[in-house]
Design a protein around this ligand. Structure first.
Ligand code: GP9
Ligand code: MN
Length: 638
């Protein structure tokens, strides 16, 4: 047995196939060494930024992205090739180091648009020394050691070179393998989370799925895509069309004009709060007893539609703060973060307000850390500013978030604008807490342990926390000097689970019109001393919030597509997909069908309906043009 092994090895070494293989390995030793080293670096980087997310599945996309880059090295030879390998190594190592430092500061990953945000980078620049760790030099060691080694090697050794044909074949083979694996990875991601690649909502999670190199490639692709779309200049007449359309939207004064002057504005965007839970009961118990109480003390809108698209929560914020439509694809919070915007915080700042956004989750999520600067918030109280002492679902519990936010609010210089975004009632609503703290139990009966039942329990929890917060605003006297706005960001029950909602509502129809009628979120506007309370059935939407607020706070904003909710006259709600409603008819874009809202039946297109449809598609086009060409920037200058 002992004698056989060396014999086998001998035979193997004499085998021409193996001989050739060894020769190829020798010839390509440089490529192999750099490849292995970069794999280790990228895997190590993934582990260090995201230990809780890291899984070995990311190794495949890391290898595939490197294969693509390395395949080109086979087209080069000798010194050119080694130079190429060094450049790749240096660039990737520098990228990793930059990402590491940025991550330690922002808990996020660099994007091209975030680099453009000078104000943001200022923060890192000052802190850079304290953010670099000695262990980071691990990423540079090979470069320092290899340069002299390879110099000597090339001087002393006559390195063999494969024929051009062999090298081209190798290039094609490796490039193809890389491309196929990459395609598989991207397909998997887009099936799991259809908008993640374009909207880049959670960059850390995305990096975990596709690796750092692919992440930056996708970012580069998205960035260039937007740039290309914007590169075609708008003609003066096209630009004027947008401008005059916006002019036609200007709010007229009404009884609410200036009602908020000098008062604080407290705006609460509630995660997945749909309108159907308001004043609804299950097994004899109110689902949202606290909000119901506040509904009765406020101006309450029960036909208020959410209009979010690829940016989900961030789109709700974007519309509410800018009255501009969400991006055609992806998230406006990502695509347009470098734009000049006339956002609500900016305007309030100009009127002497202190403005702050508060949200107990990762700062980089939905690109908030970048976008809140663009929108002009003075401060962003993100997850790192909170004591993360209690968790529900995704992160910090609403109870703890609202308690800590209340303490913070009391320190703010008045008048202020506080924008609070809750989190606990986030899909899939399966981490229901609160009962142990004396919250009323909610018996959801046959819905127990279904998504729908979990939502009812989850929103019941959030309702309790909101109630406590609002009561504190009242008892502390803050509410006497504030206008409080509260609304839901988007749906809770996805389309595939809608039947439970229909069942709960006893809805007899389940067509697209029925579905749309459940895409409403509540809007409450509370005035001091419960003034102006009452339910308002006006058809309105998230685009209308900013014009309503600018009118109440006497702000001047000429660039809003929405309409003051208190204004009279024709109203229309346009959705990002081109569907619309004018409170009489509902147009569903994906089937090109009109429904009469009263009768529920389909109606034929009339010239009037056709022109309403065209008006909606023009409005969306104008909003896209305004954003794609950063028109507000040039208009402000003029
Ligand atoms: C996280 C939160 C959730 O910060 O706003 O966003 P969503 O998943 O609902 O769009
Ligand atoms: Mn949300």
């Amino acid at each position: 047995m002992n004698l056989k092994i060396p014999k086998l090895i001998k035979i193997a070494l004499n085998n021409t196939f193996i001989k050739n293989g060894i020769e190829i390995l020798k010839i390509n030793a440089d490529v192999i060494i750099f490849f292995i080293i970069l794999c280790i670096k990228l895997i190590n980087y993934g582990k260090s930024i995201s230990p809780e997310y890291f899984s070995t599945t990311v190794i495949t996309p890391i290898i595939a992205s490197l294969l693509l880059l390395f395949s080109f090295s086979f087209l080069l030879k000798n010194k050119k090739r080694i130079r190429y390998l060094f450049i790749i190594d240096i660039l990737i190592s520098a990228l990793i180091l930059a990402d590491l430092v940025y991550y330690r500061y922002y808990t996020d990953i660099i994007t091209i648009s975030s680099i453009g945000n000078a104000k943001l980078l200022g923060g890192v620049k000052d802190a850079i020394a304290s953010l670099v760790k000695v262990s980071d030099f691990f990423y540079l060691i090979d470069i320092i050691v290899f340069i002299p080694i390879f110099k000597i090697y090339y001087k002393k050794v006559d390195v063999k070179v494969q024929s051009l044909v062999a090298r081209i074949i190798t290039f094609f083979m490796i490039f193809t393998v890389g491309t196929v694996v990459e395609a598989k990875t991207f397909k998997k991601v887009s099936i799991e989370q259809p908008t993640l690649l374009t909207a880049m909502s959670d960059r850390i999670y995305l990096t975990k799925m596709i690796g750092n190199l692919n992440f930056h490639m996708v970012d580069l692709f998205n960035f260039s895509n937007t740039k290309i779309k914007n590169s075609k200049k708008l003609s003066a007449s096209e630009e004027n069309q947008v401008k005059s359309y916006l002019k036609s939207k200007t709010t007229k004064t009404n009884q609410f004009t200036g009602i908020g002057n000098g008062k604080n504005l407290i705006m609460i965007q509630v995660e997945a709060l749909q309108n159907f839970v308001i004043n609804a009961k299950i097994n004899g118990k109110e689902i949202t007893p606290n909000l119901n109480k506040w509904v009765n003390k406020s101006a309450y809108f029960d036909n208020y539609f959410y209009q979010v698209a690829g940016g989900n929560t961030s789109d709700a914020e974007f519309m509410s703060l800018n009255s501009l439509y969400p991006a055609q694809s992806g998230a406006a919070y990502y695509t347009y973060c470098g734009n000049t915007l006339n956002s609500l915080p900016k305007e309030l700042n100009a009127n002497g307000y202190y403005t702050a956004a508060l949200h107990g989750y990762a700062e980089g999520y939905w690109n908030r850390n970048v976008m809140y600067n663009t929108e002009g918030f003075n401060d962003f109280f993100g997850q790192s500013k909170y004591d993360r002492n209690e968790n529900v679902g995704l992160g910090l519990s609403d109870k703890s978030f609202l308690n800590q936010s209340f303490d913070e609010l009391q320190k703010f210089k008045q008048p202020y604008f506080s924008f609070l975004i809750t989190l606990s009632s986030h899909y899939p609503f399966n981490d229901v807490k609160g009962y142990e703290n004396g919250m009323d139990t909610l018996d959801v009966g046959s819905y127990k342990n279904t998504l729908f039942g979990n939502y009812l329990e989850g929103i019941h929890y959030t309702d309790k926390q909101l109630g406590d917060f609002l009561d504190k605003l009242e008892s502390s006297g803050i509410a006497d000097n504030s206008i409080i706005v509260l609304y839901g960001d988007h749906f809770a029950i996805p389309k595939q689970n809608i039947n439970d909602l229909y069942k709960f509502e006893g809805s007899s129809s389940s067509d697209d019109l029925a579905w749309y009628q459940y895409q409403k979120v509540p809007l409450l506007i509370h005035f001091p001393k419960d003034k102006n309370k009452g339910t308002n059935h006006t058809y309105a939407c998230q685009m209308d919030l900013l014009p309503t607020i600018t009118n109440m706070f006497d702000l001047k904003n000429d660039y809003m597509f929405g309409k003051d909710i208190f204004s009279t006259g024709n109203r229309k709600v346009t959705f990002r997909n081109g569907s619309f409603t004018d409170a009489n008819v509902f147009y569903v874009s994906w089937t090109n069908t009109y429904y009469d809202i009263k009768t529920g039946s389909k109606v034929n297109e009339t010239p009037k309906l056709k022109s309403l449809k065209e008006n909606s598609s023009n409005e969306l086009k104008y909003s896209d043009e305004l954003l794609n060409h950063n028109l507000i920037k040039s208009w402000i200058k003029k």
